[in-house]
Design a protein around this ligand. Structure first.
Ligand SMILES: Nc1nc2c(c(=O)[nH]1)N[C@@H](CN(C=O)c1ccc(C(=O)N[C@@H](CCC(=O)O)C(=O)O)cc1)CN2
Ligand SMILES: NCC(=O)N[C@@H]1O[C@H](COP(=O)([O-])[O-])[C@@H](O)[C@H]1O
Length: 226
């Protein structure tokens, strides 16, 4: 049983493409029923069309207020028969009407290790702050900004010479791996929210033993003897 998915975009759509690629490779149990953009020039719309995925453009400027826009988005998603929503570079806040229509079924990808650097330009924020570890987060969406329970995160080294652009490109490669993974867990019904915690229920395979967890990421690297 595949998960009927709606994807909301505003820009280039590389995260959308990573979902499409995994879907077409047969490793993601989801079907993208519609791609909706608030930006009529979003290149992600071309990506969807190249893969025969229906698209809609709902410019937020065409609506009198946020609530009316949220209701229009919700109607468009429901008309497409969607049962879960992936925000993939969608640059508008979604409201209570959409969240109520898809309870615990709206995900977002953010290019920082939340709760650090919420909001816009997170890559630039991290580079400017001088972090040594940056990364990305997939989280459930709630009414606040980048506040919902965290599903999965991935970290990358950040270099002193990084700009928002160079750091953002390094982060983006990991976004394209963790977002499809998170959507797959949602599609499999394996995500359980327990307060602030999200537990990924086992899929029948024995869970990884704690001591088999991947080595921690330290940057700059530790030197001999430390
Ligand atoms: N209710 C929520 N909606 C959205 C969330 C969320 O966590 N809760 N995540 C965002 C994505 N995002 C960061 O990951 C983000 C996107 C946009 C904004 C923002 O301030 N947008 C402005 C308009 C900016 C613009 O049009 O250039 C706004 O909506 O007024 C903050 C965070 C997706 N939605
Ligand atoms: N605050 C939300 C935010 O900054 N989202 C970020 O926008 C980019 C969209 O790229 P894409 O259109 O190529 O997927 C991605 O890096 C995503 O994490």
């Amino acid at each position: 049983m595949t998960l009927p998915l709606g994807v909301l975009i505003s820009g280039g759509g590389s995260n959308l493409q990573s979902l499409i690629d995994r879907m077409e490779a047969g490793v993601l149990d989801a079907t993208i029923r519609t791609v909706i953009s608030n930006n009529p020039t979003a290149k992600g719309l071309d990506r969807a069309k190249r893969h025969g995925i229906p698209t809609r453009v709902l410019p937020h400027q065409d609506y009198p207020d946020r609530r009316e826009y949220d209701l229009a988005l919700t109607r468009a998603l429901q008309d497409a028969g969607v049962r879960a929503v992936a925000l993939a570079g969608f640059m508008r806040l979604v409201g209570p009407d959409l969240l109520a229509a898809f309870p615990w079924r709206v995900l977002n990808i953010h290019p920082a290790l939340l709760p650090s650097f919420p909001g816009l330009h997170a890559q630039e924020q991290g580079a400017a702050y001088g972090v040594r570890l940056a990364g990305c987060t997939v989280h459930f969406v709630d009414e606040k900004v980048d506040h919902g329970p965290v599903i999965i995160q991935a970290a990358v080294p950040a270099l002193a010479e990084d700009t928002g652009e160079t750091l953002g490109q390094r982060i983006l490669r990991l976004e394209h791996r963790i977002y499809p993974q998170a959507v797959q867990w949602l599609a499999q019904g394996r995500l359980e929210v327990q307060g602030r915690q999200v537990v990924v229920r086992p899929n029948g395979h024995p869970p990884a033993a704690l001591d088999s967890l991947p080595p921690c990421l330290v940057h700059p690297p530790l030197e001999e003897g430390f």
